[in-house]
Design a protein around this ligand. Sequence first.
Ligand SMILES: Cc1cc2nc3c(=O)[nH]c(=O)nc-3n(C[C@H](O)[C@H](O)[C@H](O)COP(=O)(O)O)c2cc1C
Length: 175
Amino acid sequence: MNVLDAITKRRSVRQFRPGDVPDSDLKKILQAGRCAPSGYNLQNKEFVVIRDPETIARFQQVQKSFENVPVVIAVVMTPGKTPSGGSYWVEDCAACVENMLLAITGLGYASVWVEGTLLRHEPWVKELLGVPEDKRLLVILPVGHAAEPGEMARKAPLDEIVHYERYGQRKPKVE
Ligand SMILES: Cc1cc2nc3c(=O)[nH]c(=O)nc-3n(C[C@H](O)[C@H](O)[C@H](O)COP(=O)(O)O)c2cc1C
């Protein structure tokens, strides 16, 4: 699947049917995360891959989207500043998560960006996974097979969000 198709086919899937994700595909997904851009190229991200069904079952306490999920990727970030004083680690996390979501879609699997619900549970999930105190556990991605194809969520049409040359100019100038 080309990247533009993956962008339009990606959906947040919260219900999965049983089915495996082989290590060969998992590696491609992790490679997509690895290749993401990062501020100052700090690459301050690490991934914890979880296949243990007991651990995955515990994620149901975060939100009920982990049933029938064969593998979960937890994204661990090292907060910090670049030498020029910028703090980009949250953006770095987002870039690598989106890369992985697109790879997951491209390979025919499904996922959902679990961050909002994780936030409230971060301390015990960090402990569960043995993540060091000074790191942040920002996102967990279930990776599996969608129970249903699912519709694209509503996206604002381009004419509501695009401006030409200056903010407020809704149409491109015709010469
Ligand atoms: C920063 C961020 C945090 C999110 N956190 C959650 C979450 O905790 N649980 C969840 O089910 N979806 C979460 N989502 C997914 C959004 O709800 C979803 O992207 C949005 O509803 C649009 O749907 P779509 O992904 O199918 O386009 C999150 C998305 C982003 C970008």
